[in-house]
Design a protein around this ligand. Structure first.
Ligand SMILES: NC(=O)C1=CN([C@@H]2O[C@H](COP(=O)(O)OP(=O)(O)OC[C@H]3O[C@@H](n4cnc5c(N)ncnc54)[C@H](O)[C@@H]3O)[C@@H](O)[C@H]2O)C=CC1
Length: 302
């Protein structure tokens, strides 16, 4: 049976991969305690001990704002570590599937970014992720770099959906940025795509791919949809009004691209299907989260 080493197993994507990858191989999931990506020797040692048939790198420094002041740490995890993983995969002759981001682009385009469009990150996180992509391309022939965006999942400790549900339970009114456009992407669909890619991998398909859910939204649209769908499920929320605001009205340490829609035509040709619409992904995620949240409350009551 194929052995799949997954880094970042405790992250929102990692947790989903643990579930979805089971039918295509034996998952060896490692978290920060087993393989600290700031330690090159630990990376080399773990890969050589596990002897995987494929590596999925789902670990990353994902604090977009904190990366502005912790550049060295972000670089170690997002730029240097992927290069070392890539070297080990190359030595073993195995494929590496690595997850990257829409933040490699500056967001000035008004049509979906294709894999070949010029990169130009506008924040520290995006720069470190781009450096990681380059390190992989230079060190491992059999790579898939999967760029995604606006990721959320049931397993995440913090993500936009969970933040909205918390705030929506506390407040009647909330202000959300309406001038940044992207495609909210649920980990279940992203992990599903990675799961499909693994058995299909051949050296001829190596390269960069975009994968997000279909359709576009602003953070404001996304928030409105979260509340609509959650209320339909019976979620207990106070929220009455979502107010659209502009990016300058919600200043953050890191700049964010205004437009980060990614074209998924290339990966759809490989998978034989387009990604589901983001609203469907959201509906599925909320249904699962609702069951988890309210089932555990019921069991406490009992
Ligand atoms: N969350 C998002 O909106 C987006 C995420 N991505 C990318 O998707 C991938 C998955 O991200 P998420 O699951 O959302 O992130 P996450 O923050 O939920 O998980 C990242 C994982 O990496 C691990 N990690 C951090 N530092 C480490 C270290 N020094 N050594 C070992 N492990 C370490 C963390 O413990 C965590 O489990 C990442 O490559 C991220 O850059 C891309 C676009 C958007």
């Amino acid at each position: 049976m194929r052995r799949i080493l997954v880094t970042g197993i405790a992250g929102q994507l990692g947790q989903e991969l643990q579930k979805t990858l089971a039918p295509v191989g034996k998952v060896i999931g490692v978290g920060r305690e087993t393989i600290d990506l700031t330690q090159p020797d630990a990376i080399r040692q773990t890969i050589n001990e596990v002897k995987p048939d494929v590596v999925v790198n789902a670990a990353a420094y994902t604090g977009v704002d904190k990366a502005e002041s912790e550049l060295e740490l972000a670089e170690a995890i997002n730029a240097i570590a992927p290069g070392i993983i890539a070297q080990e995969c190359q030595k073993l002759g195995i494929p590496l599937i690595h997850v990257s981001t829409d933040y490699v682009f500056n967001g000035s385009q008004s049509q979906p970014y294709r894999e070949t469009d010029p990169t130009n990150p506008i924040n520290a996180y995006g720069k470190t992720k781009l450096e990681g992509e380059i390190a992989i391309q230079q060190n491992c022939q059999n790579h898939i770099i999967l760029r995604t965006a606006w990721v959320y999942g049931v397993g995440g400790k913090v993500n936009f959906v969970k933040t909205m549900l918390r705030l929506g339970g506390e407040r009647e009114e909330i202000r959300v940025v309406a001038d940044q456009i992207g495609s909210p992407t649920c980990t279940a669909d992203l992990a599903g795509a990675i799961t499909q890619l693994i058995p299909k991998f051949q050296p001829e398909i190596a390269g960069i791919y975009n994968y997000t859910n279909s359709g576009v939204a602003s953070w404001y649209d996304f928030a409105v949809a979260i509340f609509e769908e959650a209320k339909q499920l019976g979620w207990n929320l106070k929220i009455q009004r979502v107010i659209p605001i502009t990016t300058p009205e919600y200043p953050t340490p890191a700049r964010r691209p205004a437009y980060s829609v990614l074209s998924c035509a290339k990966i759809s040709a490989v998978l034989g299907t387009y990604p589901p619409h983001w609203r469907q992904g959201l509906r599925n995620m909320l249904a699962e989260l609702y069951t988890q949240t309210y089932e555990s409350t019921n069991s406490i009551r009992r």
